[in-house]
Ligand binder design. Structure first.
Ligand code: ZN
Length: 404
């Protein structure tokens, strides 16, 4: 049997960087190459039900080895890595028995436990880092290695009882399109976990409600010398609009459950000005309140400058999975209990963004996220903890045992 670490080191050799500019699915051929390799590995392990579709999605399952009315539990990880940095690490470095100090990478870059708080928790563990020029790819090759190793463990330990186990490995998570082509029926799970990002022990099921508001301002231009009582400067009205929103409710002033308005782009002149705002909030009522505030700000300015001066178009992007997960809290509680049994106190914090699990939850499969034991993602200072990755492999097995 291969260890989680051996698999991880094997998987990070593959360049599976996704590409936001690409028009193809998956966005890069490297993801298909890796998906084919992984499919062969799963088949070689003796898993009969493994399917790779033409879009690069792997679906599969292990049959139950015990009778009873047991829900099918699924596990998901993503094949791609971020395009933030070159993605293939040539020489991952293994640090045994980490001493808790500053790690200096080959490039001269350092990882400081005073800055990276999660690193301070890793004293005594075996860590994997890069040379400081590339990503490691722990996001999300760690998740894949953990799921595959857990599947192999179940196949070789028939004494471990479990219901039907579903799994899926998906492309293009990093560019936000992996759920577009995800086939819920092919996946076949009743409940699922994404295993993606963060330290071992993290279990998250709350994310933002998100919307984009396009604010368009129509001004009136004249020769500046003859502008009195005629000119309406769209760019200045845009500034007035922004001043009607509370300045302390911006990303740079908020954390935890606090929502915000984020002026993402602005472009304009005297005649026209367009602003795109991101609205983010964990609480549904407050989220609706934010949308209302944006509408009211436009009404106020239309009273001042004339009907049609300001228009606001709001489109929702994603929703907080908590409202779907809460009626099925066993999916969170069982994971928490299993984390405790592995000697770690579970940590739940609100995700200040969206997750694939959120979309999947709204498609009918409640799907919290579990941390993989790697962190500093999308950075050349990425770290994966071998100890934590191995615990995560055991977590997958323990969760399945609980449902059986
Ligand atoms: Zn990820």
């Amino acid at each position: 049997m291969k260890t989680t670490c051996e698999r991880f080191l094997d998987y990070v050799r593959w360049n599976t960087c996704s590409d936001e500019q690409s028009q193809t699915v998956p966005s890069t051929p490297g993801q298909i190459d890796f998906a084919k390799y992984l499919t062969e590995e799963l088949k070689a392990l003796g898993i009969e039900d493994v399917r790779l579709d033409d879009k690069g999605y792997i679906y599969g399952s292990l049959p139950a080895n015990v009778d009873g009315d047991i829900p099918t539990i699924g596990f998901i990880a993503h094949l791609d890595t971020s395009e933030a940095h070159p993605s293939v690490t040539k020489a991952p470095r293994i640090i045994e028995n980490y001493d808790g100090g500053i790690i200096t990478l080959e490039s001269g870059m350092t990882i400081d436990p005073d800055v990276t708080v999660k690193l301070a928790d890793c004293k005594g563990q075996t860590l994997i880092v890069t040379d400081g020029y590339t990503l490691l790819g722990g996001d999300d090759k760690a998740g894949i290695a953990e799921i595959v190793t857990a599947l192999e463990y179940l196949l070789t330990h028939p004494d471990v009882k479990h219901g039907k186990v579903a799994f899926s490995f998906t492309p293009d998570e990093e560019i936000g399109t992996s759920q577009d082509n995800f086939n819920v029926e092919a996946f076949g799970a009743d409940f699922a976990y994404t295993i993606d990002g963060g330290s071992f022990g993290e279990i998250d099921f709350e994310n933002f409600f998100a919307a984009t508001a396009m604010v368009k301002i129509k001004g009136v231009t004249t020769h500046p010398g003859e502008a009195k009582n005629q000119m309406k400067n769209a760019s200045l009205i845009a500034m007035e609009y922004d001043h009607l929103l509370p300045p302390w409710e911006r990303p740079e002033h908020t954390e935890g459950y606090e929502g915000f308005y984020h002026l993402d782009t602005i472009s304009g002149d005297c005649e026209n000005c367009t602003m795109a705002y991101l609205i983010r909030e964990h609480d549904k009522e407050k989220f609706d309140g934010r949308k209302e505030t944006m509408e009211k700000a436009s009404e106020f300015l239309n009273d001042r400058y004339g009907e049609g001066t300001v228009t606001v178009e709001i489109s929702e992007s994603y929703r907080n999975m908590a409202e779907i997960v809460r009626p099925h809290m066993h999916i969170v509680d069982n994971a928490r209990e299993a984390i405790r049994q592995l000697g770690v106190e579970p940590v739940t914090s609100p995700i200040r963004g969206g997750t694939d699990g959120a979309e999947l939850s709204y498609k009918g499969v409640p799907c919290p996220n579990i941390g993989t034991g790697s962190f500093n993602h999308h950075s050349v200072t990425e770290v994966a903890s071998v100890d934590q990755m191995e615990k995560c492999t055991h977590l997958v097995i323990k969760i399945l045992e609980k449902y059986a």
